[in-house]
Design a protein around this ligand. Structure first.
Ligand code: SF4
Length: 440
């Protein structure tokens, strides 16, 4: 493959979300997941709850999540009953160890697809099982076109602190071309209501490199985002995992990457992110990770991300959801039928798992924390009794010589170029048995 071929947006994952990669998680490890759930927690380990709400109005062309666009109100009720049952079963396991929930995350899919009354009923049922009175953050993902003022008021009343708006782009033609369900007018309406209701934190998601993106439009998206002045902005770079609609269309055509006129190549997408970060910094934002800028670093936290990247436990509930308990990665079964059936039978819907060892946990936290742009070496010394700058000396030396990071006495810090492409460099830290072409 030539260099210019490599720079095209090819099929496959770019974003690294976990280690060891998902492709190494197996159904044969489910007994390890059960052992982890039946074991008291390590003292001092925070516990979070993730709820996967797998409904969307339309399937975006670049989506690779387990979502459904054809379920009716009865199906939704069935699902909410099942996920509540799952949370109840988990709350009775020894791994709870009397802990309270440190953070809660409603992700999807589209959690805001649910009606205000469905959300009220779900959240009240969940809180009756696992109270949120000591929970530091309740994050909730929204699609702008599904919001109404009264739904946002309900969310605020029920304790949501961080609202994340999946805006992605401000141009109606680009939104439609990429299969998004919302249009720009809905963005402004939703944002205005969210401000009126007074959430502690509003995050806006953007994607660099949607089909049809141009420099002029991207500049306008960044300007419009700054005008809205959210507390944080997350900018993803468009990738093409194998099971998206775009990837399937390209596969049928026998292509392994998207032509430049369809999706911009990686250097262009990075240039767009670099431009966005620079503009946000000029407007007073600080960089808080490879994807995120925040208005005020001292006030704007993202507890879900930071807890998870520091090895917290998390119950991942819902169909195909991912979690981590007592050192074991756990994923639920990934079909609606299996998920609902197992919970109808009062059985946890465990699908596959991976029991990690100390070294794998060290690598996992190290690569995830590198994504924040700065890694504190003392943290790893204290937690894992390892000097990461010595243990991975050759790899850090190589990345430093290529200009992606600086190794300092107490920290490793990414350069600006490093920020923009950190995920592609993280696999150098993977143990050889966990390096394969396919990440998922
Ligand atoms: S809104 Fe999100 S989860 Fe739903 S189809 Fe689009 S990308 Fe997928």
């Amino acid at each position: 493959m030539t260099v210019s071929e490599q720079e095209k947006t090819g099929l496959g994952n770019y974003f690294i979300a976990n280690y060891p990669p998902f492709s190494y998680w197996k159904p044969s490890f489910v007994p390890d997941a059960l052992t982890a759930l039946n074991t008291p927690p390590q003292p001092g380990t925070p516990l979070g709850l993730y709820l996967h709400i797998p409904f969307c109005r339309k399937r975006c062309k670049f989506c690779y999540f387990r979502v459904y666009t054809d379920k009716n109100a009865r199906d939704v009720e069935t699902y909410l009953g099942a996920i509540t049952k799952e949370i109840e079963l988990l709350s009775q396991m020894p791994c709870m160890g009397g802990r309270h929930l440190d953070y809660v995350y409603f992700g999807g899919g589209t959690p805001s697809y649910l009606s205000a009354s469905q959300l009220q009923s779900l959240m009240e049922r969940v809180q009756a099982i696992l109270p949120w009175d000591q929970t530091r953050e309740v994050a909730f993902e929204c699609e702008p076109g599904t919001l109404q003022l009264h739904k946002l008021e309900t969310l605020k009343k029920l304790g949501v602190t961080r609202l994340s708006l999946g805006i992605e782009n401000f141009d109606d033609h680009i939104l439609e071309t990429n299969g998004r369900a919302h249009l720009s007018a809905e963005i402004y309406r939703a944002f205005g209501w969210a401000r009126e209701v007074g959430f502690d934190q509003i995050n806006i998601d953007l994607i660099s490199g949607m089909v049809g993106e141009t420099w002029d439009n991207w500049r306008s998206c960044v300007r419009k985002t700054i005008e809205l002045a959210p507390e944080s902005v997350t900018v993803y770079q468009m990738e093409l995992p194998y099971n998206t609609r775009i990837s399937k269309e390209l596969t049928v055509l026998g292509q392994e990457s998207a032509p430049q006129e369809l999706i911009a190549d990686w250097p262009t997408k990075r240039a767009w992110v670099a431009y966005a970060f620079a503009e946000f910094q000029k407007a007073g934002y600080d960089i808080s990770s490879a994807y995120t800028v925040v208005k005020d670093k001292s006030k704007t936290q993202f507890i879900y991300r930071d807890a998870l990247w520091r090895g917290a436990d998390m119950f991942g509930t819902g169909v195909a959801s991912f979690g981590h308990v007592n050192g074991v990665h756990i994923q639920n079964v990934d079909t609606w039928e299996q998920y609902v059936e197992k919970l109808n039978n009062n059985e946890l819907p465990l699908g596959r798992a991976f029991p990690t060892n100390d070294r794998q946990r060290l690598i996992r936290e190290m690569i995830l924390q590198l994504k924040t742009g700065r890694l504190d070496t003392q943290y790893f010394q204290q937690k894992f009794h390892v000097d990461v700058t010595r243990e991975f000396a050759e790899k850090y030396k190589q990345l430093e010589s290529e200009g992606w990071l600086h190794v300092k006495p107490a920290a490793i810090e990414l350069t600006t170029d490093g920020y923009l492409q950190i995920d592609r460099h993280l696999p150098v830290f993977f143990d050889s048995e966990h390096r394969s072409d396919r990440y998922t």
